[in-house]
Design a protein around this ligand. Structure first.
Ligand code: ADP
Length: 355
């Protein structure tokens, strides 16, 4: 088992700078998730760790070994791809055994390793089947099994659940989490899905345009984002953002009929801010800012109300299980100040209250 350290990692594709310069420490045994929108560089980063892409500059250390110039097979990593990459003509057992056979391991040893992986993944009954005779979830399990038998120092997952339907994705997510607990091995996982990031990670790395926006535990990032990008990326439905301006030490929310929030912080020069508030933190009270709901979504356990604000901004409120509220109703909204986050309207960085 080993941690992974990235030092000043840079990756160019010709004139495209995919990753300008990135430093990151992943602890031994940690489940680390790279998350961000399409094109932010998460696959590139994973592939450079795997050795499938050459580094332009910088260093990659796995355990205490600098592996920057090593061939993928010599890095002690095993990668699981979105498209499974199984050999169609081979049985499940042969697929899982393939890399070990190539490495010339004794037959008895290979059998032991494949049987153990099959047991961990619940694949014992499928060892003689071909990939075409398996469901999507089972195929992905075989791909994971192929990584497990190699006993890597680090597992690398590149969007492994994207090809599965929603229900299976949820189940495989739980299985992956249990697998990590059982093996205790360092895992690095790439996804654009913030739910996977929130539920799987010990540590989330939020990327944008090849740069790290924030690193931390899931709830740390959820509760205490450093900027509007991270705040908006994590959470579903997303955080609401309201244009605001400073007036006499208070923040005025024009979109909510001039409702104000007290904010003991230094206003930026422009005097303009963005107030962020999550749907679940809003309350419906006897008094507050009126909000006319365009639509109401009843999900059984939760109910969401949606509105379009005068600025054109979409707005979502968790109606806390209230089932009597309908589309077209006007609710009175209370914004608890303790949960309102404030961002500079220009830089979009967080403005924290002064102590
Ligand atoms: P993500 O995995 O977050 O969707 P990628 O790592 O695939 O993002 O891509 C990061 C950036 O690098 C993008 O701008 C993408 O267009 C570029 N890129 C990725 N692979 C190549 C390549 N082989 N050649 C040129 N540009 C590439």
């Amino acid at each position: 088992m080993s941690g992974v350290t990235l030092k000043k990692v840079r990756k160019d594709y010709g004139s495209v700078v995919a990753i300008p310069s990135l430093d990151l420490e992943i602890e031994n045994g940690e489940f680390c998730v790279f998350v961000g929108p399409s094109g932010c560089g998460k696959s590139t980063l994973l592939r450079t760790i795997a050795g499938l892409e050459d580094l332009t500059e910088g260093q990659i250390v796995i355990g205490d070994q600098d592996v920057s110039d090593r061939h993928p097979g010599q890095r002690g990593v095993a990668m699981v791809f979105q498209n499974y990459a199984l050999y169609p003509h081979m049985s499940v057992r042969q697929n899982m055994a393939y890399a070990l056979r190539l490495a010339g391991e004794p037959k008895a040893e290979i059998k032991k390793k494949v049987d153990r992986a099959a047991e961990i993944l619940g694949l014992e009954a499928y060892l003689d089947r071909k990939p075409a005779e398996l469901s999507g979830g089972q195929r992905q399990r075989v791909a994971i099994g192929r990584a497990i038998v190699r006993n890597p120092k680090v597992f690398l997952f590149d969007e492994p659940l994207s090809n599965l339907d929603a229900e299976l994705r949820t189940r495989m997510r739980l299985e992956l989490s249990e697998l990590h607990q059982a093996l205790g091995t360092t895992m690095i996982y790439v996804t654009h899905d913030q739910v996977e990031a929130m539920t799987l990670a010990d540590k989330i790395v939020v990327l944008r345009a090849g740069r790290i926006e924030q690193v931390g535990r899931p709830l740390e990032l959820y509760d205490d984002p450093v900027n509007k990008f991270v705040a908006g990326f994590l959470g579903s439905p997303s955080m609401n953002f309201l244009p605001a301006r400073w007036a006499d030490g208070r923040l005025v929310l024009e979109d909510l009929e001039g409702a104000t929030l007290s904010m003991a912080a230094k206003a930026p020069e422009s005097g303009k801010a963005i107030v962020g508030i999550r749907p679940e933190h809003l309350e419906i009270g006897p008094e507050g800012a009126p909000l006319k709901l365009r639509s109401v979504e009843q999900l059984g356990g939760v109910t969401y109300g949606y509105a379009i604000l005068p600025s054109g901004q979409e707005f979502c409120v968790d109606l806390k299980g209230r089932r009597d509220i309908r589309a077209g109703d006007t609710v009175t909204l209370v914004i608890p100040e303790t949960h309102a986050l404030v961002f500079d309207a220009e830089t979009e960085n967080r403005i924290r209250p002064s102590k």
